[in-house]
Structure formats: structure tokens, C-alpha cells
Design a binder for this molecule. Sequence first.
Ligand SMILES: *Cc1c(COP(=O)(O)O)cnc(C)c1O
Length: 395
Amino acid sequence: MKNEKGSLMRPDALPASASRPVVTPLSPSVVYASDTPDMLDQQYEGGLQGYTYSREGHPNADVVAKRLDRMENAPNPGVVTSSGMAAVSAVLLGLTQAGDHVIGGNQLYGRSLRIMSEDLPRLGVTTSMVDPGDIAAMRAALRPETRMILVEVVSNPTLRVADIRALAALAQETGVLLVVDNTFTTPRAFRPFDHGADIVLHSVTKLLAGHSDVMLGYVTAKDPGLNDRLRVFTVTAGMSPSPFDCWLAERGMLSFELRYDRAEATAAVLADHLAGLTGVTRVLYPGRADHPDRALLDDLLGGRFCNMVSFEISGGRAEANALTRAADGLSFAPTLGDVGTTISHPASSSHRALTAGRRAELGMSEGFFRISVGLEDPETLCAVFENAVAAAHSG
Ligand SMILES: *Cc1c(COP(=O)(O)O)cnc(C)c1O
């Protein structure tokens, strides 16, 4: 097609090259042109592989999904979504109907808790929040109409561990779907399908993409029919990811394993260092001997932990303010999994909606912090925290 007169806007084709690009090309095109209606028919029917409209799928999303499928040992092709919450929403809204009941871990990610407590009930789906470490309580919460159980492996921010194998056995026995949000543990430490999960989802925004410049999610189901329903729902609901975000995520994921190993090793050093500091009243780290779920951790994670460390200092909000002010060079930000270490303060952010009493029950005082350990040199990081804890108590 000639376009010398400028009346045709689109180029004929990419310049020819006998060699291929090493890096995945970024494909921002929303639409894909087919040659004939017959070909388009075949594309829609699955006889020909081809993209049509990027909400339905595009190459950059498929590249990321394939990589995640491999990492998670997923039995079916998963779908990449525009955020982790889109993945959570796809499962909760796309696979339930009015009259169903859903059980969620009582320490789920804040927005997951919110959709469970606000949105599902509005649509006629009842919900219960239960401690995922308490199998008897889980069993007691089950009803004939229970459709699924949604849990995270390691809870935020108190880093308690859910007995996924016992939950999987319970789910199987009762015909309920076990859905695992594997964001914290990542497939480096834990692969839920290997332990009996039915559906696995991620916030790719966090450790997987790893640079705090991309918001993406991922979800996939063991059952092919459910897996298809999830894909169709995400497309219909417009939960599709941006090609550029997928492109950045792929780039980030190239170094995921290295970043994870490094951050995990540093987290272990930092946890031990914090535990020895005056003014630190509690340290929670899955790698420490004093972790309350030691046996379960060893069994499920097989020697892998994560990059998250939580700790508590004595004092209240004033001491907490002094600590973050003194933690020079680290971001006080409610996220995790960045290349840089971030500190979050659940009482003023993720858990601010809870009453102080409820926070106390969960073990989150004003002096309670969660650290997402990044790639800094461990000695520097220990020194920064030592200084910040001292500053918190020098006022
Ligand atoms: C961040 C997070 C989510 C939500 O992911 P977004 O990408 O921010 O939408 C869900 N679950 C867990 C455990 C998370 O940490």
C-alpha cells in the first residue's frame, strides 16, 4: 500500500532484517490487522494464532505470562492483569455468584480484605475472615455453599505462615477451591500448585517486576475450564495490562532470582542485627530460629524465606516518626519488593482502617514496622537501622 500522498497513515511493514532483535520488541499496538475476514474468523476460532485487539491479548503480555507459567509450574497458560488487585478481583468476581460463600485469611492484603468485606457482600456473596494458620477454625467456617478459600502463604505484616498443605487437603475433601496469593513468597520460595493449590495469583508489581515502575498481576487455575473463565473475565472486565508495563516487567524479571537471593540473604543479616539492638522489642523473620511457625516454615518453604522483616521498637507514634526521619536514604513507603529497601508502618498505612484494639490483637503497635529489604550492602543497611533505632529513643 503506497502512502506518498499522505492519505494512508500506516506504514507498509517494518524494515526487513535478516537478523532478529535480542530484546523482546515493545508492541504498543491496540489493534492488529488481518488480511481477510476468513483469516480473522480463524484467529477468533483458534485455528490461526494471531492478535486482534490488545484487550484480548498482546505479545508483551504473553511473554510475561509464559515466564510466570514456567516459574509457577502452572498446568495451564495464565493471564497477566493490569494489577495484582485485578487478579484478586478476577478470581473473586469472575468465579463466584450470588449465594456463594468465600473464606479469606484474616490478614490478607488490605484491598483484598476490602473486596471481601465490602464488595462481595453487596453482590450477594457472603464472606468470612479466618486465621489461615488455624485449620480447625477454617473447617468450622466452611458451609455447604462455600466456593473458595483465599489465603497468602506468609501474612503481612506479622509474617505468620498458613499451613497450605492442610488447607489444600481440607479444600479437596470439601470440594472448595484453594486460592493462593503467592506475592510475598514468590515461586522462588514456594510453588502453590506443587502443594495442592487450585488457583495461584500474584501482584507482579512487587518482587517479580522489582523496580516499582510497573503495576501488574497474574492469575492461573489448575482446572482448564476455570482457567478459561478467568481469562475471559479479565478481558471482559478490561483488566488487561499495558504492553509497556509488560515489557518493563519482563526486563525486571530477568534478574528476579538474583535479586531475590540477595535480598533474602541481607534480610537474614538485618533481622539478626535488629534483634541485638537496645530499644527493639521484637523481630519477626521467617529465617530466625525464634519464629513462631518454625516447623511449618521448614516444611513448606524448604530453607527459603523472604525479604520481609518486621520489627517493633518501644514507644509510640513520636518514636515511630523519629525512626523514619532518621532512616536516611531509605524510602518510607507502603510497598515491597523494590530494588531499594522500603519501610512501612502498618498503623498509619496498610492497617489504618483497623481500630487500635484490633491492631494490638494482631500484634501491630505504633512502634511496629515492616521492612522490605532491597539490594543495598548489608553492613550499610544494618548501620542505617542501628542509627534510626537509636534516634527514635534519643528524644
Ligand atoms: C500489593 C499486593 C496486592 C495487590 O497488588 P497491586 O499490584 O498493588 O494491585 C495483592 N496481594 C498482595 C499480597 C500484595 O502485596
